[in-house]
Design a protein around this ligand. Structure first.
Ligand code: GLA
Length: 653
């Protein structure tokens, strides 16, 4: 048999041996099959920004234009020989923001990868051997540098595959989404904060977040006098009772079962006993925000189920105020203040009290934005010299949260940014005014970390303090900010939260985030460990399955909302991997294993470095799965820019 088989094989292979090498331009493949960032598509023989392929002043007639999150998979049938190209960022890109990484993979393994490239960098030649490769993948990412934008036209000039036999073809290049959170149970589960702070005598509003099949009935025992729970809606309203701690037992019941949980209502000075969770309009809607958008976002927070995981604040950012300078939208024009000096909203927000009432009716809270300067960062009217009137106005309108953004303050009061009394003054003034209102108004300081704001934010009544300039939806920005937060642990406690800025997961209003799935898990895990406010920047009307999964994992949110209120510390850095740990109120420890590098690596931690003694039960929080007892440590393979979030409980010996 053997000689016959060998002969047959030889006969079959003979035609191949006679094949001649041929070249195929990647630009001639079916580029419709490429995966792209929303709003972009791979282009043949031109850049992705509608310009010729021009790298370092040289024009290339042939090639491929690509943009952020481009991925093209090509079936080479194991018959390709080489891939060659010259890559770089198109000369038409932004010198200031654009930064791009090119990568070539063969059957899942890295064959070539560029360093981060910017406009003007010398183009790089690629020449890789494809012998034996079945699937070739070309991919590009933008925004890998901290502070950089998430865009950038990356060109693959003269991209060519040399092959013998069957010609390579493009195949569907969209990767399946990585959904880790198990589907929500139909049985009731009470979620969100276990402790809630409110001020005596002020209006009280709290929605009990519960997942499970509807209809759902929520009941409470131990609710103090003055508070009423509406069983059908799950909304508690009334007047906050006298100072004290009230232990309330909540029960949620549906046709399939019931769940019970303690809620501690702490009537006292301190608000935001757990990090605020909600939405802010800036990342998704920036200058285009309207009352209608805010209302529909609030409705979507309820209908999408986000509300049932604890998301509660619906915050308007800049551009609700009048802006007479801009001539691009007359709807922003108008009288800045009324005859009594009270600030006016612009015509896009015709009825502020109506808006907050509609938000409150859903059991949600409303937030607003201003600046101690004369104009906001967007050039709208600020609170300068009208602070008292504005605090009163925000309260009268029914707002529950104020983001107070430094913006133009330094144009009217000069000083050194690092001078604490200078930096504190306007925040102390507004803090005092908010405290005088007959409403609970959470106070969010936004001055980008000047004068070590974390050291004094609590002193001026601040509940949260931004530590950096604005976040963008790129790995460079998100990771650049998130992994720099270590060192502020001593200042974080219930009512005082370090704010590395808003979330950049999900659909950002005009396109999907540029963070890939692993990067979004890293983002939410890190913000949860950091006990950071979870303020979504995505359009909640457009929640896909992945976004819901990454924003609504109750075991992950529980890390963020833990009543102990500790912020995680970086425990170890090994090469491009990091371990962060957050002590939890029940004595357990939440631990994040992160891979900031470009290749999958094994990341380890030991109970020793976490200062834990005895064997630990390990729980995988994203998958909500027990991983068993481990004697001295834990190791996992973590993909590029990905993470593993675990919780460790002391195990019985
Ligand atoms: C600043 C803030 C942002 C946003 C804008 C609005 O840049 O940091 O979060 O509020 O202003 O103009």
């Amino acid at each position: 048999m053997k000689p016959t088989f060998t002969l047959l094989t030889a006969l079959l292979l003979a035609p191949l041996a006679m094949l001649h090498a041929a070249d195929i331009a990647v630009s001639s493949l079916d580029l419709k099959l490429a995966a792209n960032s929303t709003g972009y598509r791979a282009t043949a023989n031109s850049s992705n920004v509608g310009k010729p392929i021009t790298l370092g002043g040289v024009n290339y007639a042939n090639g491929l234009g690509s943009h952020s999150r481009f991925r093209l998979a090509i079936d080479c049938h194991g018959m390709a020989k080489r891939f060659t190209a010259t890559v770089g960022v198109n000369d038409a890109g932004s010198k200031q923001y654009d930064n791009v990484v090119f990568r070539v993979e063969g059957d899942g393994k890295k064959l070539w990868m560029s360093p981060v490239m910017k406009v003007g960098d010398a183009p790089l030649p690629i020449d890789v051997d494809l012998t034996g490769v079945n699937q070739l993948v070309l991919w590009l990412r933008c925004g890998e540098l901290p502070g950089g934008g998430a865009d950038g036209p990356g060109d693959w000039a003269n991209a060519t595959i040399t092959y013998e036999g069957e010609a390579p073809v493009a195949v569907d290049s969209v990767l399946p989404r990585k959904i880790l959170t198990p589907p929500e149970a139909l049985t009731p589960r009470i979620n969100g904060a276990r402790v809630y702070g409110a001020r005596p005598g002020n209006p009280f509003l709290f929605y009990v977040p519960v997942t499970g099949a509807r209809p759902m009935k929520v009941t409470a025992s131990g609710l103090p006098n003055g508070l009423i729970l509406d069983s059908a809606s799950g909304i508690i309203t009334g007047t906050t009772p006298a100072a004290g701690t009230y232990e309330v037992k909540l029960t949620a019941t549906n046709a399939r079962g019931s769940d019970t949980r303690e809620l501690q209502i702490v009537s006292g000075e301190t608000l935001a006993l757990t990090p605020p969770m909600g939405f802010n309009s800036w990342n998704g809607f920036s200058r285009k925000v309207t009352q209608e958008i805010m209302l529909t976002q609030a409705e979507a927070m309820a209908s999408s189920g986000l509300r049932d995981h604890g998301y509660a604040y619906v915050n308007i950012d800049d551009f609700w105020e009048v802006q007479n300078k801009a001539d691009w939208d007359v709807k922003l024009h108008g009288a800045e203040r009324d005859e009594q000096g009270r600030i006016n909203s612009n015509a896009r927000f015709p009825d502020m009290p109506g808006l907050t009432a509609a938000i409150h009716k859903l059991g949600l809270k409303a937030g607003i934005y201003s600046t101690p300067g004369p104009t906001t960062c967007g050039g709208c009217v600020g609170s300068w010299q009208h602070e008292e009137k504005d605090a009163q106005r925000f309260s009268d309108w029914g707002f529950d949260y104020l983001k107070y953004d430094w913006c133009s303050y330094n144009t009217v009061v000069q000083g050194k940014y690092e001078d604490k009394p200078y930096a504190m003054k306007p925040y102390a003034q507004m803090g005092e005014l908010l405290r005088k209102q007959k409403r609970d108004i959470v106070y969010s300081l936004c001055q980008y970390g000047m004068a070590n704001v974390w050291e004094w934010a609590a002193e001026v009544g601040g509940n949260t303090w931004r530590t950096t300039h604005d976040i963008g939806d790129s790995w460079g920005s998100m990771a650049g900010i998130g992994f720099k937060q270590g060192g502020h642990e001593a200042f974080v406690k219930p009512g005082c939260w370090n704010d590395p800025d808003m979330m950049v997961a999900g659909n950002m209003g005009y396109r999907n985030t540029n963070l890939d799935d692993d990067e979004q898990y890293t983002h939410v895990s890190l913000w949860s460990l950091l006990a950071a406010p979870l303020l979504l920047g995505c359009d909640m009307r457009q929640m896909d399955e992945f976004t819901h999964n990454v924003l609504c994992n109750d075991e992950v949110i529980e890390v963020n909302q833990d009543p102990l209120g500790r912020m995680a510390s970086r425990i170890a850095t090994h090469g491009e991997t990091q371990v962060w740990a957050k002590p939890m109120s029940d004595g357990s420890m939440a631990v994040g294993l992160f891979n900031l590098g470009d290749e999958t690596v094994s990341v380890s931690t030991t109970w020793n470095e976490l200062k834990l003694t005895g064997p630990q039960q390990v729980r995988d929080l994203w998958r909500q799965k027990d991983l068993g007892k481990q004697a001295g440590g834990f190791t996992a393979d973590i993909p590029r820019h990905g993470c593993m979030l675990i919780r460790l409980f002391l195990a019985k010996q």
